[in-house]
Design a protein around this ligand. Structure first.
Ligand code: HMG
Ligand code: MG
Length: 308
């Protein structure tokens, strides 16, 4: 067993979580959510998406969000200034807009499934990689770090099974372009622990495990079990979403990411450090669930709120 001593949580609730909400969420509510997430000790908060507002209307206020966060950083003397706020940028148009807002980190997002790539970003896998290369190059020249995502690593809503070799090939390309980390997305939450391990074994032959992250959705309730399996392999970066918010608008039926509170409870129980205050995060999960008028998707959050 090689469980890590420390895990970095990448909180994606304000992006992956909210992008799928059908009711418009105000910019002020998003900023309040991001402020609370950062105050709970999360060092990396994915905050917006520079994508087409026609494709994902909920992310249309990306400029306002990232400009407000830039200003809050500039005016902050507290630990908050240590938080990295990142944004998705699928193409040069997105990157240019993000750079104008002073972002410090962006992410490109590819897929291991051809059909999902077409539905999500309107191009093939090869076209997407050709599109990302200049995005990564320009970002790095501007001193901005780039994270890479691979979607459908454990299954695709249109194609079903995805071969781990496909995942490994896309991950390798993203790393070769200059992504400092590649996050492996079980977009529709269909994976199971041994499958997750097997996929990771293959991918880690191309990208070192220290440069990989797990991004698991919890549609089938397997995310925590899958995370335990990949933690055992040495994964030390986990993407999660407060109150289990979310889903992907181009993966019908996909539910939210694994809940951040549930991940923290698991990690605390294993003696793995995160630097995040679970009680504060649970209060944030409760607050945003009420704001959105939806049940809290975190079992741990529910339990903590019920026990006062
Ligand atoms: P396209 O239609 O092929 O792009 O879309 P285009 O270059 O032909 O442009 C069409 C229109 O979009 C034009 O506007 C462009 O200006 C505009 P029009 O002239 O029609 O008014 N446009 C943009 N606007 C704002 N920002 C941009 C941008 N680029 C073009 N960056 C595109 C291609 C990628 C833009 C589109 O497919 C898109 O926006 N897709 C959104 C996909 C998305 O956000 N999906 C959810 C995130 S991925 C995810 O959730 C998975 C993940 O969580 C991991 C996992 O779970 O697996 C990361
Ligand atoms: Mg996702």
């Amino acid at each position: 067993m090689h469980f890590p001593h420390k895990v970095r949580i990448v909180e994606v609730g304000a992006r992956d979580g909210l992008q799928n909400e059908s009711v418009p969420v105000s910019t002020a509510t998003k900023l309040e959510l991001i402020r609370r997430l950062s105050d709970s000790g999360l060092a990396h908060v994915e905050a917006a998406s520079f994508v087409s507002p026609r494709w994902v209307p909920q992310m249309a206020d990306h400029r306002e969000i990232m400009l407000a966060l830039r200003d809050s950083h500039a005016n902050s003397t507290t630990a908050k200034s240590a938080t990295t706020y990142s944004a998705l940028t699928p193409n040069m148009k997105g990157l240019e807009a993000a750079l104008e807002c002073g972002v410090r980190e962006v992410a490109v997002f590819g897929s291991a499934s051809e059909s999902f790539s077409q539905r999500n970003i309107n191009c093939s896998i090869a076209e997407s990689l050709a599109r990302f290369a200049p995005v990564v190059e320009h970002a790095l020249k501007a001193g901005v770090r780039v994270r890479g995502y691979v979607s459908c690593v454990l299954g695709c809503p249109y194609e079903g099974e995805i071969a781990p070799a496909e995942v490994a090939a896309v991950a390798r390309e993203l790393k070769a372009m200059g992504c400092y980390e590649v996050s492996l997305g079980d977009t529709i939450g269909v994976g199971t622990p041994l499958k997750a391990k097997h996929m990771l074994e293959q991918v880690s032959r191309e990208v070192p495990i220290t440069q990989l992250a797990a991004h698991f959705h919890d549609t089938y309730g397997q995310a925590l079990a899958n995370l335990y399996a990949v933690l055992e392999e040495g994964i030390a970066v986990i993407d999660s979403s407060v109150a289990g918010l979310g889903g992907c608008p181009y993966a019908k039926g996909a539910s939210g990411n694994v809940a951040s509170e549930d991940v923290l409870y698991l990690l605390e129980g294993m003696g793995i450090e995160t630097g995040v205050d679970l009680a504060a995060l649970a209060r944030t999960g409760d607050w945003i669930s009420r704001e959105l008028g939806r049940p809290n998707g975190s079992r741990v959050g529910q339990a903590l709120m019920a026990s006062g």
